[in-house]
Design a binder for this molecule. Structure first.
Ligand code: PCA
Length: 217
């Protein structure tokens, strides 16, 4: 019998970068087995038109039990567990196809927001125990990552109720950060350890920790 699938998604490079750590992490995790599950990775285009369609196809093809979508958030110091996807696109820059939608809904008439269905506080506690810098985040931005996070939550709620999923933003790699004066980076190996631990935690944890995780931003 086939093992249940964990779908791990990354993104192609964008914004003039030649590498995206999210795709590198997804590539390193592809094919691994964690907690009796098979990890299957894929890289999404940074395209408002294409990414949601590819996401829907991947969910239909693999019927995953867990979906971990990863994206690069340059300038962040820590691995960020995203709590909320909002029904808003306001692109600061054009996507990789030249599209730059401003102030439009991800899904016309859809709910204002969806929440991650991952045990984010437990995942963060596990990363902390491993010494991997991490935090909870209340905003996945208003670009393609937020759009994909919103679609993921919407598709899980409407078409794939067996699955849980959410979004994790990761910092720049050190070699990327070098080109942005004073900005933080994180080594790939540390990000891989962190995301692997987060997946392991999500597979083991059905009820999140009942600890405060609120913030002023
Ligand atoms: N980060 C972008 C899109 C692709 C990626 O890796 C974002 O945060 O929206």
């Amino acid at each position: 019998m086939n093992r249940p699938v964990v779908l791990v998604l990354g993104f192609e490079p964008f914004a003039g970068e030649t590498i995206n750590p999210s795709a590198e992490i997804a590539g390193q995790l592809d094919g691994l087995a964690i907690g009796g599950h098979q990890l299957v990775s894929s890289v999404l285009p940074v395209s408002f038109a294409e990414a949601p369609m590819q996401l829907a196809e991947l969910l239909d093809r693999h019927h995953p039990e867990l979906v971990i979508a990863l994206g690069q958030a340059g300038g962040r110091k820590q691995i960020s567990f995203e709590r909320v996807a909002i029904n808003l696109i306001d692109a600061r820059i054009a996507d990789n196809t030249g599209l730059q939608p401003i102030d439009v809904e991800v899904l016309r008439g859809g709910p204002g927001a969806y929440f991650s269905s991952l045990p984010l506080k437990a995942m963060q506690a596990d990363l902390q125990a491993l010494g991997v810098p991490s935090s909870l985040s209340l905003s996945a931005g208003s670009f393609v990552c937020n759009q994909v996070f919103y679609w993921l939550a919407h598709l899980l709620a409407s078409e794939h109720p067996q699955a849980r999923g959410g979004f994790i933003h990761v910092p720049w790699l050190p070699e990327q950060a070098e080109r942005h004066a004073g900005e933080p980076g994180m080594p790939l190996a540390q990000m891989v350890v962190g995301v692997r631990a987060a997946i392991d935690c999500a597979l083991r944890t059905r009820t999140d920790l009942d600890v405060a995780g609120g913030s002023t931003h």
